[in-house]
Write a protein that binds this ligand. Structure first.
Ligand SMILES: [Zn+2]
Length: 253
């Protein structure tokens, strides 16, 4: 077994046997890592040890060669992100960010940009409209993973600039009028929404966050991406269901 020291953000933890946890965290250098942490099954021990969701910590783990479930020997909390655990809104959206990263990535497949996207999203979550932040984060993540790799023009004939068009839920791609026959079920996408998805794909997260956007375009893009994710994942994420169930009460707070 070789020993490693890495920084990572906790995506989730789950009880394992009588006194351990299986911890999943995302690192800049090595992507997603899963490991067993022993003797931390009680909530207070878990918190003190740095295994709570959203925590940024430095982990020491022993890599097992024949399994992707390693042995975590120590964690030092670098940023507890306690502020995210105070409000239901931050818990709901933050959990969605973490589950999305967990679902879209494979273990030990490095994506340094995803680490940065997640860290940025968690940093801005308490201070910015969570809907817009979620959209920006989702577009960046889908682009990085190659799920929506191209937004410049029509994916088939490369017609551009595409002023209006269609978004193929099946392909995660934009189509022009002439290529609509490739996916008859593709819903139309408005010019404002097209502009938004392009901007989010091309620009850094921080500059996307600085730009104001029309609420109609934000809602439209949110609908399209939710349909796309549900189709590609073949399910609705647990954290998404939770988010939808608490959203009406969040609007009143
Ligand atoms: Zn076309």
């Amino acid at each position: 077994m070789s020993i490693h020291k890495v920084e990572g953000i906790i995506l989730r933890n789950q009880p394992f046997r009588s006194s351990s946890l299986i911890v999943t965290f995302f690192t800049r250098e090595a992507g997603k890592i899963r490991g067993v942490a022993k003797g931390v099954h009680r909530e207070r021990e878990n918190r003190q040890a740095g295994f709570e969701i959203f925590t940024l910590a430095e982990f020491i783990f022993y890599e097992k060669k024949r399994s992707d479930l390693h042995l975590i020997s120590d964690a030092t909390i670098l940023e507890s992100n306690d502020v995210l655990r105070v409000r239901l809104e931050s818990i709901a959206y933050g959990s969605y960010f973490c589950e999305l990263v967990d679902e879209l990535t494979e273990v030990q497949d490095p994506h340094p940009r995803i680490f940065d996207f997640l860290q940025t999203a968690l940093k801005y979550l308490p201070v910015i409209s969570p809907e817009r932040l979620t959209l920006i984060f989702t577009v960046k993540l889908l682009g990085e993973m190659g799920w929506i790799p191209y937004t410049d023009g029509c994916v088939f004939c490369d017609a551009k600039p595409l002023e209006r068009g269609y978004f193929s839920i099946k392909q995660g791609a934009l189509l022009c009028d002439g290529c609509r026959s490739k996916d008859q079920g593709a819903p139309a996408i408005s010019p404002a929404c097209l502009e938004l998805i392009r901007m989010y794909s091309r620009q850094e997260m921080a500059s996307c966050l600085e730009r104001a956007s029309s609420i109609h375009a934000v809602n439209e893009l949110q609908r399209l991406l939710t349909q796309f994710l549900n189709y590609r994942l073949g399910k609705i994420l647990r954290s998404r269901r939770f988010l939808e169930s608490v959203r009406p009460s969040l609007r009143n707070t």
